[in-house]
Write a protein that binds this ligand. Structure first.
Ligand SMILES: C[S@@+](CC[C@H](N)C(=O)[O-])C[C@H]1O[C@@H](n2cnc3c(N)ncnc32)[C@H](O)[C@@H]1O
Length: 188
């Protein structure tokens, strides 16, 4: 039977990570022996709980009040080992305490990925990885979408170029999920 959070997300149209995206994320957690995660974009806590179930501690930031409250309720029921720490804040402006992390998972407002990346990589452990989702954005084509979406597509392309040209991070792009990237600091 599907997980209750997955059922809830489907029934209420909450955007969550795709199944193969989650499998990929889980394989990265195992491969890189990730113990601590910072997630930007909790929604109802589906991916956070999945990562916690692999033994990781997860700090996760959500700005939407309704989503945050839902996540709180779900963590109360399903996060038995209290591995998920929910933070109710706009990740662009959050300046509360954080640890350093083996994995930073960026899965929030697509137009802000560059800002999230720049702000939060200072909390990444030296061998840590940054994973971003939604870089394919459902394979939408600029000629078929409205002006707002066109702007968003431009921002995603600009973010991909930013990653490709980054002086200190190396990035590999994958088709998993809705298009995912994995970035790691270049060896000195
Ligand atoms: C795709 S959903 C996250 C899905 C979740 N990671 C999962 O797979 O279960 C994106 C979430 O990011 C949140 N979000 C968008 N911008 C944000 C910001 N600046 N700070 C924190 N959360 C943000 C949205 O409210 C939304 O709930």
């Amino acid at each position: 039977m599907a997980h209750p959070l997955l059922e809830y997300a489907k029934a209420h149209h909450v955007p969550i990570i795709m199944e193969d995206g989650l499998s990929f994320l889980e394989s990265l957690i195992k491969k890189h022996q990730v113990k601590s995660v910072l997630e930007i974009g909790t929604a109802i806590g589906y991916s956070a709980l999945a990562m916690a179930s692999l033994g990781c501690t997860v700090d996760t930031i959500e700005k939407d009040e309704a989503m945050f409250r839902l996540a709180e309720g779900f963590m109360h029921t399903y996060d038995i080992e209290k591995k998920v720490h929910l933070i109710h804040a706009d990740a662009l402006h959050y300046d509360g305490p954080l640890e350093t992390y083996d994995l930073i998972f960026i899965d929030a407002a697509k137009a802000q990925y560059k800002k999230f990346f720049e702000k939060y990589t200072s909390y990444l452990n030296p061998k840590g990885i940054v994973v971003c989702d939604n870089l394919r954005f459902h394979d939408l084509k600029p000629e078929n979408v409205n002006r707002h979406t066109k702007q968003l597509l431009k921002k995603i392309e600009a973010f991909k170029s930013f990653l490709k040209d980054h002086p200190t991070f190396e990035t590999v792009f994958f088709d998993h999920g809705d298009g995912m990237s994995v970035s790691q600091r270049k060896e000195k």
